[in-house]
Design a protein around this ligand. Structure first.
Ligand code: JAH
Length: 262
């Protein structure tokens, strides 16, 4: 997977050199490049912001550096999104033919090289494990990290003519910019890329993959500072352990996240 990040704080992303993501990059599984938006300015102050048309508080990110950054990442204009929809090349000629009653050829997601530009934004759709799974199938993701009051809307409109565009929020709170949100998404997506986690079974069991919160975990020693490990976990009765864990999951979910229950 190819990941590009555009930001005025490229140094934020040095954390991606370590841990699981760092290994995935070293192994070539993830090809990640961080771009400094200021490298796409031409004035001596490397200006990326200006006052908002119509007035109001704060500053807005200027479109010109964003346009040049996106062009350098996506390749200067040979449009895909504005022109004919991409055909599923795996479909037989019979399936792609569109006589009266037959639906038009589908846009293929992940199977093609159409890049997806993600704008982290409190105004976006909420990032969930489902969205992480979807993005993990894409071959090229571009994270466009805004700052200040946001990016000139025309950048989003232009990006949509060159790529799939998604506005994505981590939840109902405001950060100072898209960088931390991008990192959270990259970590959630990166660990789902096939070949990432040592044990694939550890992926399906984790929180939210089955719509319930995780059960509590214990390790040695069996007694610590007077606290004991629930005896069922030492019983060797695997059916009883599985039942206890499920009950803990349901009880926790009912108490903390009842919105997740049917
Ligand atoms: C804030 C650009 N919900 C997470 C999130 C994502 C992005 C931003 N804030 C919160 C943000 C300022 C400028 C993006």
């Amino acid at each position: 997977m190819r990941i590009d990040i555009v930001t005025i704080f490229p140094e934020f992303f040095s954390v991606l050199d370590v841990s699981l993501l760092g290994k995935a990059r070293q192994s070539g599984l993830i090809d990640l490049e961080v771009h400094n938006l200021r490298d796409f300015t031409h004035d001596r102050h490397r200006t990326v912001d200006d006052t908002p048309y119509g007035g109001g508080a704060g500053m807005v990110m200027k479109p010109e550096p964003w346009g040049e950054a996106l062009d350098s990442i996506l390749g200067a204009s040979t449009s895909s999104a504005t022109e004919a929809p991409l055909l599923d090349e795996t479909a037989s000629p019979d399936e792609t033919a569109s006589p009266d009653e037959t639906p038009l050829p589908e846009l293929v997601e992940g199977a093609d090289a159409t890049p997806t530009v993600i704008f982290p934004s409190p105004a976006g759709e909420v990032f969930t494990q489902k969205l992480a799974r979807e993005f993990a199938e894409h071959s090229h993701l571009v994270f466009a990290c805004g700052r200040y009051e946001g990016i000139d809307q025309r950048v989003v409109d232009y990006a949509a003519t060159r790529a799939s565009v998604r506005l994505v929020s981590l939840g109902d709170y405001v950060l100072n910019g898209g960088e931390v949100a991008s990192m959270a998404m990259i970590e959630a997506i990166g660990r789902l890329i096939p070949g990432m986690v040592g044990n694939p079974e550890s992926l399906v069991e984790e929180s939210h993959e089955d719509g319930l919160l995780e059960y509590p975990s214990y390790t040695k020693p069996a007694e610590w500072r007077g606290y004991e490990v629930p005896p069922v976990l030492l019983s060797g009765n695997h059916a009883a352990i599985a039942a206890w864990r499920r009950e803990q999951q349901v009880e926790r979910t009912r108490r903390i996240r009842p919105d997740l229950l049917p």
